[in-house]
Design a protein around this ligand. Structure first.
Ligand code: SF4
Ligand code: SF4
Length: 214
């Protein structure tokens, strides 16, 4: 499972850094290295771009897994260079940005947008499988998530636009509900197609969501 990110347009990064002349850069050795959005090479490219812009880069580090507790120790090791910077530019997903902000007393600026959590189907192809909605229906939908895989997020069967197994929104894409139908049929569980899920009230979900293991 990987956190999928994309690099923000450089103009946006430039704007966020407008008030800072000295920058320390952080990348992540796990998801953003695999995605090529914040690994060693991308951190080096960012350093060059910032230097061309006239910024002073006081240092850089690629943390093995930026969202875990080891990050604190890595920040301590790099504290002289970080103290020399007016801000820290973070090339990790939002989890890493949040983790770093716990240990730093100066502004933490994200260089990436965090898009979704995904599985890697084939090398380099990432596929969103769950929107983390908090009310899982996979038991009734043959383990294919209609909220994630259907363009309209329909949970009570297909819309009227499905055509020869393809989605009306994206004709290249299989209709999620056709896939669910086919898999339920193979399993002899087509009766589940008649199952009705009442509308969800997403507004009742308190944010941020938290969990404490007893
Ligand atoms: S229904 Fe879909 S989005 Fe919700 S928890 Fe299950 S897999 Fe995730
Ligand atoms: S065609 Fe299928 S996948 Fe596309 S929006 Fe309609 S039900 Fe969802």
């Amino acid at each position: 499972m990987k956190s999928i990110t994309k690099q923000k347009p450089f103009d946006e990064i430039k704007e966020q850094l407008a008030d800072f002349d000295r920058v320390f850069i952080v990348g992540c050795g796990t998801c953003t290295t695999m995605l090529k959005t914040g690994g060693v090479d991308q951190v080096a490219e960012m350093r060059e771009k910032l230097q061309e812009l006239g910024k002073r880069v006081s240092g850089e580090v690629v943390i093995p897994t930026a969202c875990d507790e080891m990050t604190e120790a890595v920040m301590k090791e790099n504290s002289p260079a970080i103290e020399n910077a007016a801000c820290v530019l973070v090339m990790t997903c939002a989890l890493g940005v949040h983790r770093l902000s716990l240990y730093l007393d100066r502004p933490v600026i994200p260089a990436l947008d965090t898009l979704f959590i995904a599985m890697e189907d084939t090398p380099g192809y990432f596929h969103e499988v769950c929107a983390q909605c908090g009310q899982c229906v996979l038991g009734e939908t043959a383990a294919i998530c209609p909220i994630t895989a259907c363009h309209k997020g329909l949970v009570n069967g297909p819309c009227g636009g499905t055509n020869n197994g393809k989605c009306e929104v994206d004709k290249e894409k299989d209709c999620a509900w056709t896939l669910i139908y086919q898999r339920l049929k193979e399993q002899g569980r087509l009766d589940l197609m008649r199952r009705y899920f009442p509308p969800r009230n997403y507004q009742v979900v308190p944010r941020p969501r938290t969990l404490k293991i007893p």
